[in-house]
Design a protein around this ligand. Structure first.
Ligand SMILES: [Zn+2]
Length: 468
């Protein structure tokens, strides 16, 4: 107890220093590698989910350095971990988030075993290396360094390692946000969902996720008269369904540009070829004669950018009929719908009905595990500025505020008013098509980029949290 007091006194003396003490980076790299490999080797695929080994491991590292850890679990083998480094309380906390589960693997397809943590040619291979054990370890290392250096803080820094991000968020972020929010409540949050894009080995731009689309499902149901297949009927439910699905897929929903996407295309233009730049700028022109051709080009050639401009609709499932000689009375289709953040869902559904324009076909929102509509994180906040200035410092690249077309756990926190920013390490743009990306059969990260991401995270945290 006395020893603890002496240490505490020594620490509080060092806290008075103006510039925060810098960690011993060579040692940090070594430790980063050790902890990263340890958790990559743990199979936490979801389903079935079993994040406890990762949580136990991190708990032991943090507690060994005197950082108190709490765990919260709806199911005992799927816990969430929370730890906190206290600040003066002058400002509200900063939350660091990473998920411990991963998607599944098909082990036969992996050249290096998915849970081998194999190092080869400067890379570390394994499921979770870029989704999301990279963010987990960068955050854990930051907590350790905050404790060791004793940087004086104006805000608490909270670590949340959440379970179940890959499809069972009721055990993870939803459980924490709904039942233990006081433990993670913060002004700002850093989580996965962004990252730096390298081309030819150079950082080209960094995406920081500030908002995401809202996932919904639209169900299209077509009803007609049942009959013998030998007698074609104009009311054939499947024929009407086919036309409805075709019309939905061919439709271009109205463009909706928000603060994030406007900044994204404007800034992207500054690091693009002249033709690309002209197109990205044209998109922002209110005259549809100018924006239209650029929009049409994206639809064909840059579908993820096209999706960022509007609510999107993708037919993903069609069911109907049970034998060749029976005209069925019903058929249904599921349309994966990603609403633009400012879309009015009811009005949008009316537009889809007009596109289908068939009294035999019903269009409605179906049930799915949805994420809530969320406000956009601010682009002029202290947290965004800290991220941007450290992207410049560590990657010498431009920052693009980004809207994800997919959904993340941040939605549940943004809904409660938290300003959340998605960040991530640098990945090669060439890696995706070669099959090395997140969720791929050869997920990998450059070891040097893991270390750079830890340095970046550290600076982006200290700049926001330290005493000013
Ligand atoms: Zn993830």
């Amino acid at each position: 107890m006395r020893a603890a007091l002496v240490i505490a006194t020594l620490l509080s003396t060092s806290l008075l220093a103006q510039t925060p003490a810098q960690p011993d980076w060579a040692k940090v790299d070594e430790e980063t590698l050790k902890h990263f490999l340890a958790i990559v080797k743990m199979d936490t695929t979801d389903p079935p989910g079993g994040e406890k080994p990762v949580v136990d491991y991190i708990k032991q590292i943090l507690e060994a350095e005197g950082i108190a850890v709490q765990t919260f679990a709806l199911e005992p083998h799927r816990p969430n971990l929370v730890a906190r480094i206290k600040g003066s309380g002058k400002q509200r906390p900063l939350l660091l988030m990473g998920h411990s589960d991963t998607v599944n693997v098909d082990p036969k397809k992996w050249i290096h075993p998915p849970f081998g943590g194999v190092r080869d040619g400067g890379y570390i291979y394994g499921r979770g290396t870029v989704d999301d054990k990279d963010n987990v370890i960068a955050n854990v290392m930051t907590m350790l360094m905050l404790k060791r250096t004793g940087v004086k803080l104006d805000r608490d820094v909270i670590l949340l390692i959440e379970a179940g991000e890959e499809g069972t968020s009721r055990l993870g972020i939803q459980f924490m946000a709904n039942q233990h929010f006081a433990e993670i409540d913060a002004e700002f949050c850093y989580a996965e969902g962004g990252g730096v894009t390298r081309q030819n080995g150079e950082a080209k731009y960094a995406r920081v996720q500030t908002v995401e689309k809202i996932p919904r499902a639209i169900t299209v149901t077509s009803k007609g008269v049942a009959g013998h297949g030998s007698v074609p009927l104009e009311s054939n439910a499947l024929a009407h369904l086919g036309e409805a699905v075709g019309a939905i897929a061919a439709w271009t929903p109205p463009m909706r540009i928000n603060e994030t996407t406007a900044a994204y295309f404007k800034r992207l233009a500054t690091v693009s070829t002249p033709e690309e730049a002209a197109r990205y700028r044209a998109l922002l022109n209110p005259d549809p004669k100018i924006s239209g051709p650029a929009d049409a080009y994206l639809r064909k050639n840059e579908p993820s950018h096209w999706s960022m401009l509007r609510t999107s609709l993708s037919p993903t499932m069609i069911t109907g009929g049970y034998r060749t000689n029976v005209i069925p009375s019903e058929g249904t289709a599921n349309i994966d719908t990603r609403l633009a953040p400012d879309e009015d869902p009811a009005k949008f559904l009316e537009l889809v009905k007009q596109v289908v324009n068939d009294p035999q076909v019903e269009v409605s929102y179906g049930a799915r595990d949805t994420r809530p509509p969320t406000p956009t994180a601010k682009l002029d906040s202290e947290a965004f500025k800290a991220i941007e200035s450290n992207i410049t410092k560590h990657y010498k690249s431009i920052t693009l505020p980004t809207m994800s077309t997919g959904a993340t756990d941040m939605a549940f926190l943004r809904q409660k008013g938290m300003q959340c920013y998605g960040i991530g390490p640098a990945l090669d743009i060439e890696d995706g098509p070669k099959g090395f990306g997140a969720h791929s059969d050869q997920e990998r990260i450059l070891e040097s980029e893991l270390y750079r991401f830890v340095r970046f995270t550290w600076d982006a945290v200290v700049d926001v949290a330290r005493a000013k």
